[in-house]
Design a protein around this ligand. Structure first.
Ligand code: GLP
Length: 240
């Protein structure tokens, strides 16, 4: 696990985007693993800039998102499909048919099976991750088995409360989500995790100091051969 700490968030975003730009330039059919939340937005802006400057094209790119709320459709402003359209897809030349986000509507178990099938048939070249304040990655909450594949999850109070800032009231936050499992995530060739801000410092401390354990889902990343962690000063503040 390589850890890089940045004073300047703009620079962190540029560096995060560089890993993706390299993959998109190098692979004939790049497969990207994407995440939502406030953390990757700056990196997506850098990718859009790179596309606008003619450095990269998304025409042969396929994407898989980590998760989606149960019960929100693509037009709901807090759905993760909507987030991806607004923050990346509509600004670049990606074919919408090549973008995958778990389907939060209808039969959730069927959606999970279908998503696992898609993930079984491919390998993600590079995966971006944020981290929850409780150490979750995607929506793999504390206690999730490392062997988990895509599944329906009951969100913890911490995650509901953390994410309530995006909704008008806490009651509107969905109580369930569909998430890629930890074992799906670990199949990616390379993983980039970004953590920004003080409220991620404890999760980052656990990631660095604990042995892999299921109570702190992010610690599974220690078992992966190619992980880069990008931190701002606040997120790294409990490391020393
Ligand atoms: C949600 C997402 C995670 C994300 C986390 C952190 O729980 N499911 O994938 O990493 O939020 O979000 P933020 O980047 O807004 O802090």
């Amino acid at each position: 696990m390589e850890i890089r700490i940045f004073k300047d968030i703009e620079k962190l975003n540029v560096e995060a985007a560089k890993y993706f730009i390299e993959t998109i330039q190098k692979e004939k059919n790049p497969v990207l693993g994407l995440a939502t939340g406030s953390t990757p937005i700056g990196m997506y802006k850098e990718l859009i800039k790179s596309y606008q400057q003619g450095e990269i094209s998304f025409v042969n790119t396929t994407t898989y998102n980590l998760d989606e709320y149960v019960g929100l459709d693509a037009t709901h402003e807090q759905s993760y499909r909507y987030f991806m359209t607004e923050n990346l897809f509509k600004h670049v030349n990606i074919n919408p048919d090549n973008t995958h986000v778990p389907n939060g509507l209808g039969d959730s178990e069927k959606s999970c099976r279908e998503y696992n099938q898609l993930l079984d048939d491919t390998q993600i070249d590079i995966q971006i991750l944020g981290i929850g304040s409780n150490g979750h990655i995607a929506f793999n909450e504390p206690g999730t088995p490392f062997s988990a594949v895509t599944h329906v999850v009951n969100l913890t109070e911490t995650s509901i409360s953390d994410n309530s800032r995006f909704f008008e009231s806490i009651d509107e936050v969905p109580k369930q989500a569909i998430t890629m499992g930890l074992s799906n995530i670990m199949k990616a060739k390379k993983i980039i995790l970004i953590a920004l801000g003080e409220n991620k410092a404890e999760a980052i401390r656990k990631l660095v100091q604990e042995d892999p354990n299921e109570n702190t889902p992010c610690t599974i990343l220690k078992n992966h051969p190619n992980v880069v962690i990008l931190l701002d000063h606040a997120a790294s503040s409990k490391l020393i």
